[in-house]
Design a protein around this ligand. Structure first.
Ligand code: AMP
Length: 207
């Protein structure tokens, strides 16, 4: 751990002889703040990856120790408030992996990656879905999920809802019980949630 992780917070102890002892403590031992303005940690990049797209960049949120911890704790809290209990959290490649696996850890669930075509080594189930131009494909290992598995689908962001909707169809085709969706960011104007099944949809930041 870099010294920078330690030096901004201190634990002070007054000894019986009234001398003051000061210890640095790591971020990981600090309580989660009650409120953080997560939106201020997301960076907007105009015209990426192509002209006209305003890219919501979560790398600036991820590099902030408190922001990262608050994000995962807040997502966990929202799942608990919605009384979501799951066997597996499903993360959509690739930014869904970043948030999905710590959430699975916090919920006491397993984590399953849903990947783009050709990345998974064992036998797969797959689904094709429409993009603005052409189609794409999402895949999951055949032995990862079973009929009746309770699953929560996680991605960093929902825009049109195409990716999350295709993932939902994939797990429902297998016979899983879809119990909800979790997103860090929701682009409300695009109304992506209208294309998702009627289960709890959690998002932490809205634009
Ligand atoms: P969609 O299928 O339209 O809901 O798009 C969701 C996927 O595309 C997510 O995996 C996002 O990471 C990515 N995405 C779509 N729009 C944006 C955006 N404006 N900024 C960052 N990522 C985006």
């Amino acid at each position: 751990m870099e010294t920078g992780d330690w030096d901004s917070y201190e634990f002070k102890l007054i000894t019986p002889h009234s001398s003051l002892l000061t210890f640095p403590i790591p971020h990981s031992l600090l309580p989660t703040p009650h409120f953080m303005d997560l939106k201020s940690l997301v960076r907007d990049i105009p015209d990426f990856p192509k002209p006209g797209i305003l890219f919501r960049d979560i790398t600036t949120l991820l590099r902030d120790p408190e922001g990262l911890r608050y994000t995962i704790d807040f997502l966990t809290q929202k799942c608990n408030e919605a009384e979501i209990t799951v066997d597996y959290v499903i993360g959509i490649e690739s930014r869904g992996f970043i948030f999905g696996s710590p959430l699975a850890y916090k919920l006491g669930a397993g984590f399953i990656p849903v990947r783009k075509r050709g990345k998974l080594p064992a036998a797969i189930h797959s689904i094709e879905y429409e993009l603005e131009y052409g189609t794409d494909c999402l895949e999951v290992h055949q032995d990862a999920l079973h009929q009746g598995s309770r699953v929560l689908i996680v991605d960093d962001l929902i825009a049109t809802g195409g990716t999350a909707s295709a993932t939902a169809k994939l797990v429902q085709k297998i016979g899983c019980e879809l119990v909800g969706f979790g997103f860090i960011i929701e682009l409300r104007d695009l109304q992506g949630r209208a294309y998702l099944p009627d289960v709890p949809i959690i998002s932490l930041i809205e634009y």
